[in-house]
Design a protein. Structure first.
Length: 323
């Protein structure tokens, strides 16, 4: 299993990964993109930014990189980097299928992505991913499973995913929405020929949204690798948008709000990989300080007051503009 390579690593950043959602396409819902990205946001400008981030992350010991079919050209950018870095043969690559990018490299498209968890979409997107990443792909995840997703009950799809697993590909799923815990538990029950289908789960978890925590602990106990996404709550936990409590604790530690926010997640015993969604080298460098943040019980208790009702959290997330 590819994540065994991460488990055996001893570098401080072995539990941090880099996700390319913010730099694989010109528009996204993260706060502060006008300051973070080149003014043109051209394909070549974001390709170069992605290369810089991947180079820096690899140099600092990061060995997991996360993309998706719907993240614009993220798979293409990552594939370009891999071809130029034959020395990077120890990285673990994960991608996702189930959303189709529809924005046409625009920031003001009416719809940026369309969700479809059908077998036909899997087959089409698997071929597209293979064309770009080929044998470098380690993990393929169903993108944003919810409790009502047909991907949880489609036996034909399960059989095809099990075939891919038998061929050496790790099969996982990601979750989103206020019922993440229900989706995780439903996915844990999916089996093919009596064997669990999924070996990884990627969920949103951060200082504001902790509702999936118990289910993620159950997934970890069941043997799945847990990947945490949106640890910065799409920029809401980063300066200058961070809540006052987080800013105060960060000042006490002498490190950034982002490092503290990610450190809170790294403390969870079930957290296998925590993703940085950095869009700049400065953000990445600050994110990678998370493993050295030392939080005492008083600081953790104060940070614990930030937790929001999951429905309110996801409603606000849904209102974030694509820009």
């Amino acid at each position: 299993m590819p994540f065994a390579r991460l488990a055996s690593a001893t570098t401080p950043t072995c539990h941090l990964g880099l996700g390319l959602a913010a730099v694989g396409r010109p528009g996204y819902i993260n706060l502060g993109r006008d300051e973070d990205l080149p003014p043109s946001r051209s394909v070549e400008a974001l390709r170069e930014r992605t290369r810089e981030l991947l180079d820096a992350a690899y140099a600092q010991g990061v060995r997991y990189f996360d993309v998706a079919r719907s993240y614009g050209r993220s798979e293409e950018f990552l594939a370009d980097w891999l071809r130029g870095r034959p020395d990077a043969d120890d990285v673990v690559i994960g991608s996702k299928w189930g959303y189709t990018y529809t924005a046409g490299w625009s920031t003001d498209a009416e719809r940026h992505e369309v969700k479809d968890h059908s077998l036909a979409t899997y087959e089409r997107q698997r071929a597209e991913t293979d064309e770009l990443l080929g044998g470098r792909l380690d993990l393929y995840q169903i993108h944003s499973v919810t409790p009502d997703s047909p991907a949880l009950t489609d036996k034909e799809l399960h059989a095809r995913l099990a075939e891919a697993a038998a061929g050496g590909l790790t099969i996982g799923f990601s979750t989103s929405g206020p019922a993440q815990a229900d989706a995780v538990r439903a996915a844990l029950a999916v089996t093919v020929d009596g064997e669990p289908l999924f070996r990884t789960v990627q969920s949103t978890y951060n200082a504001l949204e902790t509702s999936a925590g118990p289910a993620l602990a159950e997934a970890h106990d069941a043997g799945l690798t847990v990947i945490v996404k949106e640890g910065m709550a799409n920029g809401r936990l980063a300066a200058p948008h961070a809540p006052d409590v987080l800013r105060a604790v960060a000042e006490e530690t002498g490190l950034g709000c982002d490092a503290v926010a990610l450190a809170v997640i790294l403390r969870e015993p079930w957290a296998g990989v925590v993703l940085s969604g950095a869009a700049t080298l400065t953000q990445l460098a600050s994110n990678l300080h998370a493993p050295v943040v030392d939080l005492d019980e008083d600081q953790l208790a104060r940070l614990g007051t930030l937790v929001e009702d999951p429905r309110a959290y996801w409603e606000r997330r849904g209102q974030l503009p694509w820009h």
